[in-house]
Write a protein that binds this ligand. Structure first.
Ligand code: G3I
Length: 341
């Protein structure tokens, strides 16, 4: 039994894949192809990978409201997905992080003066239009879901409504409705079969600010779903996690688990077994919700193996550094049996 056999006819079951994996495809292909039917670029579809600094600056003033883009970083994933016949999630269009400062300035330099709202809205619209058009025209049906806005709501670094203000050039140039404007543009330019998502971390601790801020966009039909990143730890309470998921579902959102990993501090044999049980509880609850009609359409894990994870040292993923399955993998498949103590 592998993840495709367990879930492939019910869900998109995905993985974030770092780019170098495509250069060593033979090493990873069996593991990936037997377990995942959709891929997310870990970094290569983020604005810092797509925006073309040199060309934008060198073509001023004509590029003033329309920065240049390039897609060479994500060429390997596109080529592989087409060959294997799987779909991609596009992560992500509008995010405060991994979006270069120069994109927000008058002269496309990182020290430059920030542009005004009107100019930044033009840049946002053109960026979203260009990225969506590149895939829609070149590879129709390849991208099935887009994280239009990532991590826009945060109580601690947010304004009175919880919209992320600190260290957020989108907020500082466009203003507090930047996430709404992004959803408007994505809705305008996305293909009919592309699902539009708002994606965030720690959703279990902030479902209300997410829902209240997205209310108008949802009412106007600008988005389909909420991506729950799900960077979890053994100590995270699943009751709270599923209470948030149920809240989103009851407001009519489609749900995707977009960046699942479960960190373990000071891992030993027993903790890795508990991690297996944690993954199993999580997948049991996801699948039983699906069976009773909750619209959960995808589960993506954020990486392939522990040594490739952004959470170094936390053993957060399904496979170990030798690509061997861990208890976490069997738990993920809902086949984990705790060893005799
Ligand atoms: O761009 C440089 C590259 O030029 C250099 O060769 C390389 C050498 O280390 O570093 C590169 O930058 C790294 C980048 O990934 C691309 O590989 C950064 O140092 C590194 O910090 C960055 O980390 C990524 C992180 O997002 C940045 O925010 C992780 O790989 C990626 O897993 C992580 O993913 C995020 C999701 O997008 C959103 N949700 C949270 C999640 C985990 O942080």
């Amino acid at each position: 039994m592998n993840a495709i056999e367990a879930y492939g006819d019910k869900l998109y079951i995905g993985a974030a894949i770092p780019n170098f994996v495509f250069a060593s495809w033979d090493k990873y292909s069996d593991l990936i192809m037997s377990n995942f039917n959709c891929y997310t670029c870990e970094n290569e579809m983020k604005p810092e990978a797509i925006l073309d600094e040199e060309k934008s600056r060198n073509t001023l003033p004509s590029s003033y409201k329309h920065a240049a883009v390039k897609f060479d970083a994500c060429a390997p994933v596109v080529k592989t997905a087409l060959t294997v016949g799987v779909k991609l999630r596009l992560h992500t269009l509008v995010w405060h992080s991994q979006t270069p400062d120069w994109f927000f300035t008058e002269d496309y330099t990182s020290g430059g003066a920030p542009v005004c709202r009107e100019v930044m809205l033009c840049r946002m619209e053109n960026y979203i239009k260009d990225v969506l058009a590149f895939f829609l025209e070149g590879y129709p049906d390849l991208i099935y879901a887009v994280d239009v806005v990532n991590e826009a709501f945060d109580r601690e670094s947010g304004d009175e409504n919880g919209v992320r203000r600190d260290k957020n050039m989108w907020y500082q140039t466009v203003g507090s409705d930047y996430y709404y404007q992004a959803l408007l543009f994505a809705h305008k330019y996305a293909g009919h079969s592309t699902k539009l998502f708002y994606n965030d971390y720690s959703c279990m601790y902030k479902p209300d600010i997410i829902l209240s801020n997205l209310k108008s966009a949802k009412k106007e039909g600008l988005l389909d779903g909420i991506g729950m990143q799900s960077h979890l730890s053994l100590t995270d309470n699943q009751e709270l996690y599923f209470a948030a998921m149920d809240k989103f579902a009851s407001e009519g959102y489609e749900i995707e688990v977009t960046e699942l990993d479960v960190g373990v501090k000071d891992a030993d044999h027993e903790k890795l077994e508990r991690q297996g049980e944690y993954y199993q509880d999580l997948m049991d609850r996801i699948m039983s919700r699906r069976e009773s009609g909750t619209n959960i359409s995808a589960v993506t894990v954020w990486g392939l193996s522990d040594h490739l994870s952004w959470r170094r040292g936390e053993h957060a993923l399904l496979f170990d550094e030798n690509l061997n399955p861990k208890p976490a993998y069997y738990g993920f498949l809902r086949q984990y049996k705790k060893s005799e103590l």
